[in-house]
Write a protein that binds this ligand. Sequence first.
Ligand code: GDP
Ligand code: MG
Length: 439
Amino acid sequence: LGGSISRAIQQMSNATIIDEKALNDCLNEITRALLQSDVQFKLVRDMQTNIKKIVNLDDLAAGHNKRKIIQQAIFNELCKMLDPGKPSFTPKKGKTSVVMFVGLQGSGKTTTCTKYAYYHQKKGWKPALVCADTFRAGAFDQLKQNATKAKIPFYGSYMESDPVKIAVEGVDRFKKENCDLIIVDTSGRHKQEVALFEEMRQVAEATKPDLVIFVMDSSIGQAAFDQAQAFKQSVAVGAVIVTKMDGHAKGGGALSAVAATKSPVIFIGTGEHMDEFEVFDVKPFVSRLLGMGDWSGFMDKIHEVVPMDQQPELLQKLSEGNFTLRIMYEQFQNLLKMGPIGQVFSMLPGFSSELMPKGREKESQAKIKRYMTMMDSMTNEGNSNPKLMNESRIMRIARGSGRSVRDVMEMLEEYKRLAKIWSKMKGLKIPKKGEMSAL
Ligand code: GDP
Ligand code: MG
């Protein structure tokens, strides 16, 4: 896919005259590529129409960077398509919320329920899991195993066959126990499809969820729209989670799910394990959809973010797959020096939605400073290798920096998260001087 899009744009920028035909050819190529990426035909067509309105042929002819203009227009258009215009309901810590998961069997509901619970638990919530899947044998065992591993309370039954009854019992119990995030897992199959949707409607009616999350397997292809729409018609879907993004699928179906449910994607699943779960970030997602990798814009932005003299060394280290604590420290320093223009930094993978959420720059800066104090304490102590970490070291670092053990753990988690994202830079071909913007 990436190949054909870059080829299309490349061909076009090589053409001496950019006329309507050249632009059309280019858009047709891109259309084919997006269809292969499972973006629904209707959505692709809409995008094509919009691009034609946006891209001004005169600008292109005047010798502006055509490739960039078109690429940017497509990129923006896809980002817009993933934004339904309103955020989803967001549960509040300490206040009881019921969240119901729906989706076809195999989409990853049960796995994602646990990931969602675990994600919040790490942030100090009191989540609980309810298994309202009575159709599939072993459904309760699977949830129980996951929940036990994550030390999350769970509810379910081997005997009861009425999912509505179990859902209500579970929700009631955990409300009494003051859990603030009660997650209801449901079945994804039935003897008859109609019965499945009726069951979802009944479970929702009985448990009154604050949020219904539609879980979608990224590899379902063009079926995404109908599937999402079918669920939306029986329950009030308010958010989407796309799973198996670690596989080959590019996840174009997400655009369909957003269009069909008028709800945003909130997380993506990136593996079978509990912590392979990321807050949805539109830019890297679209880059991937277009086959540009998560690193689109990175080489351009690195000029603005990282001081000139640090650039070659940083790229070299990243290409070796070494995202060290030192690198994190230096990038934090750069980030603080830039002050409120943390905007630029949001282009760097991993630094955006989690570390520096929009509108909360002050808090983020305080957090980063806190991390740096603890990292100083680690270095002072003579060993900055985060891999050689144990309880007593963590306690020493906490003491040395005047922070709590929990703070140190949080900083180390943050390091692990960034290191994982940045390890994808391994094997990166480092462009020679002057080649940067050609990427
Ligand atoms: P459910 O039937 O909707 O409850 O789906 P499950 O949670 O049982 O998941 C079905 C399969 O997909 C299991 O083998 C999961 O381990 C796997 N799975 C779920 N999410 C992901 C993901 O993000 N990445 C990968 N690679 N596998 C996943
Ligand atoms: Mg399940």
